[in-house]
Design a protein around this ligand. Structure first.
Ligand code: G3P
Length: 214
């Protein structure tokens, strides 16, 4: 399963990239709004930093023509750019057009398997189901990942499932067990995956025992 970092924070991306943990980055307008720098400067920098890893950059336009125009501009930031379009009728038109120009698309804001089928039909490289936001409204978000996985396998769709809106490390294990192609998570989840109390206690014990020998 590919691991993407869901952030626009350059420092975090560098930190985890130096550990070899991330296969790409996903951003969105809300994540960019949390940073101080110019959003376009940040998007360019992320694309440069990630070498070959896919970097999803989201369009702001709401009509298909705006999204297509913006998608072509975003693609100029790097070969690894994947244009993120929303799951709307216009987003699907933009997806089909950009894909025909060899510009890969990530259809975002997916909340149902039916939406996933349509995004795959329009040629999306990735679909991003937001499981945490489904949990937030009392659904079990992870359910649609299994459902979409089965549907895509039934019809040999090449579209990759990129699990998004991840809230805790169990979402990661559940997605990996289902066989999702990729998951994107905020840095704090990756931190939680690295750490374990028994690792900390064990390390402290080793170090204090070593001091006794000296
Ligand atoms: O990529 C965006 C997606 O992961 C949103 O997450 O936490 O805002 O629901 P969240």
């Amino acid at each position: 399963m590919k691991i993407f970092l869901d952030t626009a924070n350059i420092k975090s991306i560098k930190f985890y990239n130096d550990m070899g943990l991330i296969d790409g980055v996903t951003t969105n307008p809300s994540l960019l709004a949390k940073e101080k720098d110019n959003p376009h400067k940040i998007m360019k920098s992320i694309s440069n930093m990630m070498d070959k890893g896919d970097v999803s950059l989201e369009v702001i336009g709401t009509t298909s023509s705006e999204m297509i125009k913006e998608g072509r501009q975003l693609k100029q930031y790097g070969d690894n750019v994947v244009v993120k379009c929303p799951m709307t009728a216009d987003g699907l038109i933009a997806c089909k057009k950009l894909t025909s120009e060899n510009i890969p698309v990530n259809i975002t804001l997916i909340f149902s398997s039916n939406q996933a089928i349509l995004a795959a039909k329009s040629g999306a490289k990735y679909i991003s189901p937001f499981i945490g936001r489904l949990d937030d409204i009392g659904n079990d978000g992870i359910n649609i990942i299994g459902e979409i996985k089965q549907i895509f396998q039934n019809y040999d769709y090449n579209t990759q499932i990129l699990v998004a809106s991840v809230r805790h490390p169990m979402h990661v294990i559940q997605s990996a067990k289902i066989g999702a192609d990729a998951i994107t998570m905020p840095p704090k989840i990756l931190d939680k995956m690295i750490q374990h109390n028994l690792t900390t206690i064990g390390l402290n014990n080793f170090l204090s025992d070593w001091k006794k020998i000296k």
